[in-house]
Design a protein around this ligand. Structure first.
Ligand code: ZN
Length: 325
């Protein structure tokens, strides 16, 4: 499906088969010498087919375009390197770049890291095998062009300014369309689902960074935001406040979960409310458990940064407890 948002700027919804996200929104700015595509989709044949077909309706071939990737996740970055042409530029932020194509040892490290937070290795190993980042990430290396906060991309009558919004990933980058004060916001802000905030090797307090990025985004007062999934956001200030409230509630749930004693992150996770359908926590698929545990960890790390929670290690297991208890 194609929708024209502004003269020469189009939204393409690329279906993601069997994904709860349903589709990735790819945006195409056609006003410059070369089309600029903001985000692609998974590196899988179904996505490639839809992407090529939809782009074709705009009389564009993928190899004639340049690309801007908001962040490293495979549902945004996966397809770009294999459809770009020899002359294509792919803009990518510096902090996400080392994880653009993670090695097997990275996935092994992740499985062990989750084990130290209480997830059985049998679960985390399954989750790593099924992880979309591993299955649908870029198949080839690419000489990405690194962009930084404040850089501007000029495309015909439009100026797109890079706005770093660390949190969802270490270097997540939005693009502000300066002439209209509208924001291409990737997964920084989503309308009817909540962006996942998880732990990262490189980050001490990803949720703290995310909340700061939300405040910085609110100061920009974007009049509309074009997210990576689902519907366009018409009231950005309201949605930002909703997202902040969501995390405040979740932080309270985490504190409540620690009231009766110290726990590892995997034990805290089932005590938090999730938007998942299950009778018992054991029924939840390991990949969903992994995402939920990652999210719980980001909240625990934030509480630790706020000195509301303390941590200690025991036989390789990391335990959290309320400060002062
Ligand atoms: Zn994402």
């Amino acid at each position: 499906m194609i929708e024209e948002l502004l003269p020469g700027i189009f939204k393409l919804a690329i279906p993601l088969p069997r994904s709860p996200l349903k589709a990735t929104n790819s945006y195409v700015v056609t006003t410059g010498d070369r089309p600029l595509v903001i985000d692609t989709a998974f590196n899988r044949p179904e996505c490639r087919e839809s992407f090529v077909e939809l782009l074709g309706e705009l009389a564009i071939t993928p190899d004639s375009a340049d690309y801007f990737i908001t962040h490293l996740h495979a549902d945004h970055a996966g397809l770009a390197p294999s459809i770009a042409g020899d002359d294509s530029v792919i803009y990518f932020n510096e902090q996400d770049l080392p994880l653009a194509r993670p090695t097997d040892s990275y996935w092994d490290w992740m499985a062990k890291m989750y084990e130290s937070h209480g997830m059985p290795l049998s679960d985390s190993a399954i989750a790593m095998e099924r992880h979309p980042g591993r299955i649908y990430g870029p198949a080839v290396d690419f000489p990405y062009t690194v962009i930084h906060h404040g850089d501007r991309l000029k495309t015909g009558q439009y100026t797109l300014r890079c706005v770093q919004t660390t949190g969802h990933t270490p270097g997540h980058m939005c693009l502000l369309l300066e002439e209209a004060n509208m924001l291409f916001c990737g997964d920084h802000i989503l309308g009817d689902i909540t962006p996942n905030i998880t732990m990262w090797w490189e980050m001490k307090d990803p949720l703290g960074d995310y909340l700061k990025s939300l405040d910085a985004t609110a100061l920009l007062k974007p009049v509309r935001a074009f997210p990576g999934h689902r519907s366009i956001i018409e009231d950005c200030a309201f949605r930002i406040e909703e997202l902040k409230r969501h995390h405040t509630t979740r932080l309270e749930e985490v504190l409540e979960a620690l009231k009766d004693g110290e726990k590892d992150a995997a034990a805290v996770t089932p005590l938090i409310s999730w938007d998942l359908r299950y009778e018992q926590w054991d029924d939840v698929h390991p990949i969903q458990k992994l995402f939920a545990t990652g999210e719980a960890l980001a909240h625990l790390q934030h509480l630790e940064a706020q000195r509301m929670v303390n941590t200690r290690e025991e036989h390789g297991r990391i335990l959290y407890r309320l400060a002062g208890s």
